[in-house]
Design a binder for this molecule. Structure first.
Ligand SMILES: *C/C=C(C)/C=C/C=C(C)/C=C/C1=C(C)CCCC1(C)C
Length: 257
């Protein structure tokens, strides 16, 4: 079972390398294209993280394996999207909004599942917690997409997105998820939960900042697109890779007891 998992992880990572190979023949990354380079670097970091999280599932206690697997899925899904996003950027010089949002639509719910899983590893958690986190995620992302894709004016779309995010924050700080953590979780889970919460507050705040610099400063289009992509890319390192590492830390600490 474990050997199978490892083989799967290695195969997945190997397959991931393929699309970037075939793309390389059609577009070259220029040495001064720092946005393109950031797409490239993060693609590689995501691939490496995926291998790491999958392999480390062998090391932790059973109830933690799912959390680490989900972390690996987040970085796997993002890595594939990053290959495509880099391609769009290098070939056309424009923002890969559709790929970005498809990625978020898959990975943000998976990150929300992590909150649920990390609490479920230590106690029984009502399903409502999960569904409320999903609802907030959908409102946030649909709002943002409608604005970025030009279906709705950027400001009202931004406000709708902010409302969805605020709802998620409410749930993890003051709602049921927060309460369960405070009353029932052991110290190491509490500290992981608090760190994850901090990421959803401070780490996620980087995205609306990116949106602001991308659409709301009145700067010329090229500057705005560069800012938007660099800021979003930086945010993904924090919120996908660092988030997974935090879960890994809690899982290892709890498993070694
Ligand atoms: C791995 C990808 C992640 C964690 C993406 C998170 C995205 C957000 C937190 C986006 C938030 C936004 C707002 C809060 C306001 C409207 C614009 C968005 C969608 C950029």
């Amino acid at each position: 079972m474990l050997k199978g998992l490892v083989r799967f992880a290695l195969l997945a990572v190997g397959l991931l390398a393929l699309p970037s190979e075939s793309f390389a023949s059609t577009a070259m990354l220029k040495a001064d294209d720092y946005v393109g380079i950031s797409f490239w670097l993060i693609s590689m970091a995501l691939v490496a993280s995926t291998a790491f999280f999958f392999l480390e599932t062998q090391r932790v206690a059973g109830k933690w394996k799912t959390s680490l697997t989900v972390s690996g899925l987040v970085t796997l899904v993002a890595a594939v999207h990053y290959f495509y996003m880099r391609e769009v950027w290098v070939e056309t010089g424009s923002t890969p909004t559709v790929y970005r949002y498809i990625d978020w639509l898959i990975t943000v719910p998976l990150l929300m599942v992590e909150f649920y899983l990390i609490l479920s590893a230590i106690t029984k958690v009502p399903g409502g917690v999960f569904w409320r986190l999903m609802l907030g995620t959908l409102v946030m992302l649909v709002g943002g997409y409608l604005g970025e894709a030009g279906y709705v004016a950027v400001m009202p779309a931004f406000i709708v997105g902010m409302i969805g995010w605020a709802y998620i924050l409410y749930e993890v700080f003051l709602g049921q998820a927060g309460k369960i953590n405070a009353s029932e979780a052991p110290a190491s889970v509490q500290s992981a939960f608090k760190l994850m919460r901090l990421i959803v507050t401070i780490g996620w705040a980087v995205y609306p900042i990116g949106y602001f610099f991308g659409y709301l400063t009145g700067q010329d289009a090229t500057n705005s697109e560069h800012a938007l992509n660099v800021i979003y890319n930086f945010a993904d390192v924090l919120n996908k890779i660092a988030f997974g590492v935090i879960i890994w830390t809690a899982a290892v600490a709890e498993s070694d007891k």
